[in-house]
Design a protein around this ligand. Structure first.
Ligand code: GLN
Length: 203
């Protein structure tokens, strides 16, 4: 099984470790530069993107993470993780930095202060069978996406209908929502499949 790390400086790390194991990976935590080098793929979890950014820099992880992303490491960013993978932020906090890698403009807390969290069924072509139950918690959305970005899901109902909430570019995958809290591991399996393909290409 591929070794997939979960960036473990802040956020819902344990849920992703369990979902990755459910999706067919061997899941490990990543907190040190040497651990960044040892994984075949990485999840950047939900949490607070400003805190994750600060800790990534404090633990000297920003440069090794950026280098591996540039070299094609498969990375899945969920919610705050999506923010971390964005090349550009709308409503970023003062001084907030991202790892970048994906040609997207992401708006933090995009659904508004009144809408703290909500759930919706999403139809994602890459994931067969039942729709995916998407749990949004103070979620961002993708406001603009460059030509290399493949849109995987948009909000289907309500005032935010049409907003991009799942996307892929090369070996990078992002979702606004939290599949790790639902017990449905199909999205993690999709990511683990991306990791397996990238690992084969690298041999
Ligand atoms: N609002 C958070 C942020 O800006 C993201 C919320 C989440 O990851 N659930 O980092």
């Amino acid at each position: 099984a591929p070794v997939v790390g979960v960036l473990a400086v802040q956020g819902d790390v344990r849920e992703h470790l369990a979902a990755l194991e459910g999706g067919g990976a061997r899941a490990v935590t990543v907190r040190r530069p040497a651990e960044v080098e040892a994984v075949d793929g990485l999840v950047v979890p939900g949490g607070e993107s400003t805190t994750i950014d600060k800790l990534v820099r404090a633990f000297d992880l920003q440069e090794p993470l950026r280098a591996r992303i540039a070299a094609g490491l498969p990375v899945y960013g969920s919610c705050a993780g999506m923010i971390l993978l964005a090349d550009r932020l709308a409503d970023g906090a003062a001084g907030q930095q991202t790892l970048g890698g994906m040609d997207i403009l992401v708006r933090r807390n995009a659904f508004g202060r009144q809408v703290d969290s909500f759930e919706e069924d999403l139809h994602i072509r890459e994931i067969g069978g039942e729709p995916v139950r998407a749990v949004f918690i103070r979620a961002p959305w993708v406001e603009e996406a460059g030509p290399a970005v493949e849109v995987l899901a948009r909000v289907e109902t309500g005032p935010a209908a049409g907003r991009i909430v799942a996307a892929r570019q090369g070996s990078l995958l992002v979702t606004s929502f939290h599949p790790e809290v639902t017990g449905d591991h199909r999205l993690h399996r999709l990511f683990v499949d991306m990791v397996v393909r990238a690992t084969r290409r690298g041999r």
